[in-house]
Design a protein around this ligand. Sequence first.
Ligand SMILES: [Zn+2]
Length: 312
Amino acid sequence: MPARVPTVVDPAVLRLLTAWWMPLAAFVWGTLWGSFANVVIWRVPRGQSVVRPGSRCGACGQPIRWFDNLPVISYLMLRGRCRACDAPISLRYMVVELAAGMLSFALYRAMVVVPLLEGGGIEGVAAWQLWFVFCLALIVVTYTDLDLWVIPDAVVLPVAALGLVVAAVEPELAGVSWREAAGAAATGYAIVATIRWVYLRWRGIEAMGLGDGKLLLMIGAFCGFPGLLWALGAGATQSLLIAVPMLMFGRGVANSDLQAVHGDDPLLGEEDPDAGIAGKRIPFGPFLALAALEFVLLRPQLERLFEWFVQG
Ligand SMILES: [Zn+2]
C-alpha cells in the first residue's frame, strides 16, 4: 500500500474532534443506534418492517411516546415498566443500548482521538463509523441467535458487502486488502458449509446453520484472516467455557418461539434429553460475535500474535 501523505487538520476541527466531551457524544450516538438495534433484533427475524409502525409496548400494544423511548434514560425513569400498563420491560433493551454506546465510545477514542493526537487525519471519523456498523451488526445477531436461532441475512449480507466494498476502495480504512477480505469471507463461509454438510450426512441434523457461515463471511470481510482465525478459535473456546455452565444452570430457548420462526424445520434437530449437555443445542453465533468484538477492540495486539504464530 502506498504511504499516506500526512494530512493537515484544520486546528478548529482538531479541537472539536478531540474535545473532552466528544467521546461522550459518541456514547450517546451509540445508544441511539442501540435503540434501533433493539427494534431490528425483535422485528427482522419475524419478517416485520423496522420502520413502521412505531415502537409499542409488547404487553398492552400502547404506542410508546418519544420521551418514553429515549435510550437508557427512559428505561431508568420508568424503572423498567410500561407507563400505560405497568408490564415489565426486559432489561435487555437497556443492555443493548449501553453496549452499543460503550462500543461507539471505545471506537471513537481508538480511531478518532488517538490518531488525531498522534498527527493523523480525520479519516478516523469514517473508520469509527464503519467499525461501529460492524459492531452493531454483531450485537444484533448475538441476540437474534440467542432468542430464535436466527442470523438474519438482511443484517449480515449487506454489512459484509459494505466491508468488501470499503476494502476495495479504501483498504487502509478497512485494514485489509480486498483480496484478503474476499478470501477470508469465502473461507469462513466454506468452513461452516463443510461442517454442516458432514453432519447432515452423518447424523441428519444441522450441527451449524448456514447463518453461522454468513456471520463468518461478514467477519472475514471486515477482519481478514487473522480475525477469522480468532473468531473461530476464541469463539469455540469461549463457547465451551461459557455455554457449558450456562446449559447446566440456565434455561433453553422456548420451543414455541423457535417454531414460530422456523416452522417444523427437521434440520434444526431435536434436543436429546438423554444425552445430557451433549444433547443440548447451543447457538454458536453469539460466541463468534463476541470473539469478533474482541478482535476489533484488541486488533493491534491480536495481529501481532497472529504474525508471531504464522512466522513461528
Ligand atoms: Zn404496556
